[in-house]
Design a protein. Structure first.
Length: 185
């Protein structure tokens, strides 16, 4: 009988110690998690952002945004424009292309800009492309999307899904298109 009572007490103390250690480890584990947790915060932030890009003394583009967040401190650096952008691009003859979106993000090292939500691109000739997402390859000055779009031209209106084009709309390739554009000059 005495051995059973000692054995029961021993089992109780061992069980209590194991439970105590588990709670102690849980607390330590949570502390270690807090140490390794780094909050995802921008390294820089700008309000009422206005950037003029020049080349050889000529303005090539003007980018205006209510807010810019710079995440150059993360593994895959990017710059975010959570409140949208307005961009005016100039060609060599001074003709303008206008770009507007409610959100934009550019990924450093890729030369790509991802334009999202209410994307509109137009030019002085009256051409307008509207879509929900559009990518801009800065290096090649080329736009593209796989999303649905509406393209308005002085010659007509067309709708489609999937399009790529040069920044001046001189070259336009569409994948699927409906509507009518008068091809006669």
């Amino acid at each position: 009988m005495l051995n059973i009572a000692k054995h029961t007490r021993l089992c109780f103390w061992i069980s209590a110690s194991v439970v105590f250690l588990m709670f102690g480890c849980e607390s330590n584990f949570k502390e270690v998690q807090k140490i390794n947790f780094s909050e995802f915060m921008p390294s820089g932030e700008a309000e009422d952002f206005n950037l003029k890009y020049t080349d050889s003394g000529k303005i090539k583009s003007i980018l205006i945004s209510p807010k810019m967040l710079d995440y150059s401190n993360v593994e895959f650096p990017f710059t975010e424009f959570p409140k949208g952008i307005n961009v005016t691009m100039y060609d060599n003859k001074g003709k303008r292309t206008f770009i507007k979106s409610d959100y934009a993000v550019t990924f450093k090292g890729t030369d790509l800009i991802d334009l999202q939500k209410n994307v509109k691109i137009s030019n002085e000739s009256g051409q307008l492309l509207e879509t929900e997402q559009l990518y801009f390859d800065q290096k090649n000055e080329w736009f593209f999307t796989e999303k649905k779009f509406k393209f308005t031209d002085p010659k007509g209106v067309s709708y489609g899904e999937g399009i790529d084009f040069s920044k001046d709309f001189k070259i336009v390739n569409s994948q699927s298109i409906t509507g009518a554009i008068d091809q006669a000059e």
